[in-house]
Design a protein around this ligand. Sequence first.
Ligand code: DC
Length: 210
Amino acid sequence: MPGRVIAIDGPAASGKSSVSRGVAAKLGFLFVSSGHFYRAFAWGVLRDGISPEQAPGWISGRRLEVRLDASGVSLLLDGEDATPHLSEAATAAMVSPLAAVPAVRDMVNTCLRALAAEHDLVMEGRDIGSVVFPDTPWKFYLDASPEERARRRAREGAVDSVAERDRLDSTRATAPLTIPEGAIVIDTTHLGLDGVISAVLELINAGDVR
Ligand code: DC
């Protein structure tokens, strides 16, 4: 039987990762950052010295291995651990242009759906409720003011431009960031992490996820 999927979408630094992690821990579901899959491929194109335009041909020859251990999901690209490279500035700068390439999205979506065939998931991203799992009954869209999101990213020590990534992610032709039909929208600007996790859990339990 395919697993249950709780989809949590939203712009960069809206709190998706921390909230998804917390909800997954409470429910005993697997936490999956779909952004990590795009970041692993972004690191790969940099490693191999190719451009996003060349990505459709390049990606068909790639082997992405998903490993699960006590610390969660880790990704190996062509046998190399991508984990140390996911937050690098060069990876962050490449990820949105690469994520706009339909062949890359197809490859990532195949991997994400394969995970759902085996596990109950809390998955966060930009198109999880709209494109990857449009039939899941549990969809959330987290948002926060641009100022608060920039502050959160700076606190994490990240150097990428949240505003620029949001612009690219929201305006691309394929699977742009959007509020999925049927999603519950939560503005996290003035909410603490525990408050958002509790709110999501209450809404899920009201919808009978167990
Ligand atoms: O969540 P994140 O910051 O790690 O995501 C990195 C980039 O990956 C994001 O800017 C756009 C892309 N992405 C996407 O296009 N679709 C997703 N479901 C997840 C991420």
